[in-house]
Write a protein that binds this ligand. Structure first.
Ligand SMILES: Cc1ncc(C[n+]2csc(CCOP(=O)(O)OP(=O)(O)O)c2C)c(N)n1
Length: 651
């Protein structure tokens, strides 16, 4: 497929070139940028629909504002590909999300045009407010010291999905009270990853369909009289925008924002004058107040396969530009996600108390499948992980059996709720932790590294990790049956081991591991899906004369103390394995062994050689899952190498 013609884009090395263009040429440039984005993502895979929806907005923002001096913050950052293309990264777009290549999100270390890194949602207004306050203080300090000060604009672009999160509200509430010079662009495409849920999306839909939006021109003069002084002059000239107070006042105004909109986010002749007005009239002209520009866009805009798809091509694998058909590797075995969802459906058929909760990820967590069977027992609470956890605690307090399915990385958002609302009260909330461990192309912001560490810290928590699909079925059933307190189980992204799966799992004894093979010199103790690497390593080691035991711990809390004590007593060396940070399972094992004196040398016995294999104490960048795991030694070959070095006394 030939690359698209990009006559104008070819002359844009950065936003400075863009600003030299005539405004009349911008629609064509936007079209080229759209084609370029499609062409790139077709080769690399990644986030597409969100980027396509903000092509005109991206052009308009860089045209009007003086980036990077003005700070442009993209919430989540998944829509930033067009921004990357016109901020000097066009030549590297084919390396997107690959080892050593560009990140799929915004990243401070990648470009001066990314003033704030992201990946998790709803942080942009808080970060922007911090920057706006830094600007305000700096301006005051410069004035007092007699230094010249160049006004800096701060712009946060946030989607309607991300806007529904608590953090966004906390930040807006604070911004109103601080009279901050902050510009929030609400990119309202009436979509999250899945269709948005909740009152916020209904509210925005009402605003967008209100008479003010539909009859802008007729009202423009009348409304310009009602604008605060610093807006009124230019507003009179700009008939293309209307204010939401014609709809009866907006939530944003109540929060202290000056609300503008809704405006058509694909129409540059609407976007440019509004952005210019806001730029020229915000800070410095007396009144400082945060401004919210409500922009209506279409996710997937301009690429028919994306516009027509149910998910608007939110995230795609590589695809054929002509047909939109995605290249999907043939699956050998069902994904962990799917096995979890099927198992939960199976349990829910037998127990009407089982309910399921997702925070805006019904497809990603497999709960869309659960909802096909039990639509009233599945709750999509929006991008609101903290709320999801406490909401589940409420259900559990009333005798229901909530399964909260959240990716490991996003569960971090709900930690205080896990501690204070669930653990402290001993409520039986079940945590299904998807995307545990290294996740590949999404990189450091999405790595599921910390859950074992932060959950094992909590008294009374049961913390499990199945080693394969079948074990996942067992733990889902076990969690359904376990009602004595909170329980979690983690499983990685991707396919499980190919196994003949029964219809239903079995109930496992809590805190009991299993011995997979018995040797005499070395013991490998695995927590989670590294078990299969451990078994392959044991095979290789035994073939070389190092008799190796392998055990599957199944639980990091409570530990199978009997099993672990035996492994410690009966082997020269013990190596624990997990795909998580160093304060997780291995740390629990070390604590236990030290507490029992099992690390000590005693008459007739050398001290135990023990090592914990974990993720490194650094943020791993994006890369191919298997390759990265091999590089950090969490592979059969890596385990063999570590084992030999330990036994030789080299490490
Ligand atoms: C804390 C957190 N939870 C979940 C996600 C996963 N996620 C990424 S994008 C997205 C939807 C965002 O919707 P919206 O803000 O409307 O942006 P759009 O993709 O529609 O442009 C979600 C749920 C995330 N990035 N961060």
């Amino acid at each position: 497929m030939p690359r698209p013609e990009t006559v104008l884009l070819d002359n844009i090395a950065g936003p400075a070139d863009l600003r030299k263009m005539a405004a009349k040429d911008l629609p064509l440039l936007a079209e080229e940028l759209r084609c370029e984005t499609i062409d790139n993502v077709a080769q690399t895979g990644g986030h597409l629909g969100a980027g396509l929806g903000v092509v005109e907005l991206t052009v308009a923002l860089h045209y009007v504002f003086d980036t990077p001096y003005d700070r442009l913050i993209w919430d989540v950052g998944h829509q930033s590909y067009p921004h990357k293309i016109i901020t000097g990264r066009r030549g590297k777009m084919r390396s997107l999300r690959q080892a050593g290549g560009l990140s799929g999100f915004t990243k401070r270390s990648e470009s001066e045009y990314d003033p704030f890194g992201a990946g998790h949602s709803s942080t942009s207004i808080s970060a922007g407010l911090g920057m706006a306050m830094a600007e305000k203080l700096q301006a005051e300090q410069d004035r007092e010291a007699g230094r010249t000060h160049k006004k800096r604009n701060i712009i946060a672009v946030i989607g309607d999905g991300a806007m529904s999160s608590g953090m966004a509200f906390e930040a807006m509430n604070n911004a109103g009270a601080l009279d901050a010079n902050l510009i929030v662009v609400l990119n309202d495409n009436d979509m999250s990853i899945a269709p948005p849920t909740g009152a916020m999306s209904a509210y925005l839909a009402r605003l967008a369909s209100a008479p003010a939006y539909l009859a802008l021109r007729g009202h423009a003069r009348a409304l310009s009289r009602k604008l605060p002084k610093f807006f009124s002059d230019t507003a009179r000239k700009t008939e293309e925008y209307a204010r939401g107070f014609l709809t009866g006042g907006t939530l944003f105004e109540e929060l202290g924002f000056y609300y503008i909109g809704p405006i058509d986010g694909h129409n540059l002749s609407h976007l440019l004058p509004v952005l210019k007005n806001v730029r020229d009239h915000s800070a410095g002209s007396g009144g400082q107040m945060p401004v919210l520009i409500h922009v209506v866009t279409k996710k997937g805009k301009g690429y028919p396969p994306a516009e027509e798809a149910r998910d608007k091509y939110h995230g795609v694998s590589r695809f054929d530009v002509k047909t939109g058909e995605q290249v999907k590797a043939a699956a050998n075995a069902p994904s962990y996600t799917r096995v979890f969802a099927d198992s939960l459906v199976e349990e829910a058929r037998r127990d009407e108390k089982i309910v399921a909760i997702t925070a805006a990820m019904p497809g990603g967590t497999g709960l869309d499948h659960f909802a096909e069977y039990f639509p009233r027992r599945m709750f999509d609470v929006g991008i609101a992980e903290g709320h999801a956890v406490t909401f589940a605690a409420g259900l559990a307090a009333e005798g229901f059996k909530p399964f909260v399915a959240i990716y490991s990385t996003f569960l971090q958002r709900g930690y205080d709720q896990i501690v204070h609302d669930v653990s402290l009260q001993g409520l039986p909330v079940r945590f299904a932790i998807d995307r545990a461990g290294f996740v590949g192309a999404d990189g450091a912001t999405h790595a599921g590294s910390f859950d074992t560490g932060f959950l094992t810290a909590l008294p009374g928590f049961v913390v499990a990790a199945p080693a394969d699909n079948l074990e996942l079925m067992h733990i889902v059933r076990t969690a359904a049956a376990y009602n004595d307190g909170p329980i979690s189980f983690r499983y990685p992204r991707g396919e499980g081991e190919m196994l003949d799966l029964p219809r239903r799992g079995e109930i496992l004894p809590i805190g009991k591991g299993r011995l997979m093979r018995e040797g005499s010199r070395l013991a490998l103790l695995s927590f989670g899906t590294l078990l299969h690497e451990a078994l392959a390593a044991a095979e290789a080691l035994t073939a070389e004369g190092i008799s190796t035991t392998v055990a599957d711990a199944r639980f990091a809390k409570p530990l199978d103390e009997e099993l672990i004590a035996r492994l410690a007593r009966e082997h020269e060396a013990l190596i624990s394995l997990e795909e998580g940070a160093s304060n997780g399972f291995g740390a629990q094992v070390l604590q236990f062994l030290s507490r029992k004196g099992l690390l000590d040398a005693a008459p007739g016995r050398m001290g135990l050689k023990i090592r914990t294999l974990t993720l490194p104490d650094s943020y791993l960048q994006h890369g191919e899952q298997k390759q990265v795991m091999a590089q950090i030694g969490l592979s059969a070959a890596g385990i063999v190498a570590t084992a030999k070095a330990v036994l030789k006394g080299e490490i």
